[in-house]
Design a binder for this molecule. Structure first.
Ligand code: CP
Length: 323
């Protein structure tokens, strides 16, 4: 975000959610607690509840999505809102309509919240600067930069699995350079005071040194996951890497794939995470993805609760009474 733009309102509540960068740890904890309250049991889907009746949430996704889009839609429905899914590639944007004209068009249909995924950096802020005062903009993933609700659901999953953050060693493995998931996880976990964060990647997938300040950088997965409490695997973001079609996936799996044998190097009670979509046999083997240490499906369930919490928060900030 640019310096003269704030995603907060004058009361320090979220007017929009574009990034976790600079967000107060207390506000992050509040969102995690609210999401936890929507879950009846760990790993269970949240019940219907809340009152967003009369609100309309529009999902505008210009990149593919299964988890984020579906969970925002379910979150809206579970809170009583109407949900509108617009496939950007089948919308009038392909006929040359600008993103802002699309937004103004949907605003004229009384949309209250825009959930936007886009490959172009800066689109979220641009839209947030132009919407009407009562309208919110929430990121569903911005280029390689930010995926704030993913960062929150990852933090919630770690909190449920490990009980807190203070003594934890978290290892993030894979294509960190091109990953908005890694950036938002880093921001959430840093704000929540994780003890040690390690980023593990081959040279070409390692972010510039100006990023991930304070994280320990490793080239070797075997060394990097040694004793870790949480191992978060990432797929190769082929859509963001020119010439990635030539990547030797078998070699990558040998060098960086998480197998059961490798996982034995982490702490015995370590949990394995993956934001999805997974490429089985590349960054993660099926025996690990489906194994007893995997919390990957719990991450998905938590995604609905986190998106409910974010929607409820922005609605409450506008005067709605929410549970
Ligand atoms: N983790 C995630 O963003 O998944 P989708 O691309 O399926 O939404």
């Amino acid at each position: 975000m640019t310096q003269d733009f704030s995603q907060l309102d004058r009361n320090g509540r979220l007017r929009h959610l574009i990034t976790l960068d600079g967000l107060d740890p207390g506000l992050i904890r509040e969102l995690l607690d609210r999401a936890q309250g929507y879950l009846c049991l760990p790993g269970q889907l949240p019940p219907r509840g809340g009152d967003l009746r009369g609100w309309t949430i529009a999902n505008l996704f210009a990149e593919p999505s299964t988890r984020t889009r579906a969970s925002f839609e379910l979150a809206a429905l579970r809170l009583g809102a109407d949900s509108l899914n617009l496939d950007v590639m089948l919308s009038s944007r392909v006929k040359g309509e600008s993103i802002l004209d699309t937004i103004y068009t949907l605003q004229a249909m009384q949309v209250d919240v825009f959930v936007i995924r886009d490959a172009e950096p800066g689109i979220l802020e641009l839209v947030a600067r132009h919407v009407d005062d009562h309208v919110c903009v929430i990121s569903g993933g911005e280029a390689h930069i930010s995926h704030p609700t993913q960062g929150l659901l990852d933090a919630l999953t770690i909190q449920q699995s490990k009980g807190g953050f203070r003594d934890l060693v978290v290892a993030i493995v894979g294509d960190i350079r091109h990953s908005r998931v890694a950036r938002s996880a880093y921001r959430a976990l840093t704000a929540l005071g994780v003890a040690e964060l390690r980023i593990i990647a081959p040279e070409e997938m390692m972010p510039d040194t100006g990023e991930f300040t304070g994280a320990i950088r490793c080239r070797s997965i075997d060394a990097g996951i040694e004793g870790a409490d949480v191992v978060m695997m990432l797929r190769i973001q082929r859509e963001r890497i020119a010439g990635s079609a030539t990547t030797d996936l078998r070699h990558y799996h040998e060098q960086y794939g998480l197998t059961a044998a490798r996982l034995a190097r982490a702490d015995a009670s370590a949990v394995v995470m993956h934001p999805g979509p997974m490429n089985r046999g590349v960054e993660i083997s099926s025996e690990v993805a489906d194994g007893p240490q995997s919390v990957i499906r719990r991450q998905v369930s938590n995604g609905v609760a986190i998106r409910m919490a974010v929607l409820a928060h922005v609605a409450e900030a506008r005067g709605r009474r929410m549970p």
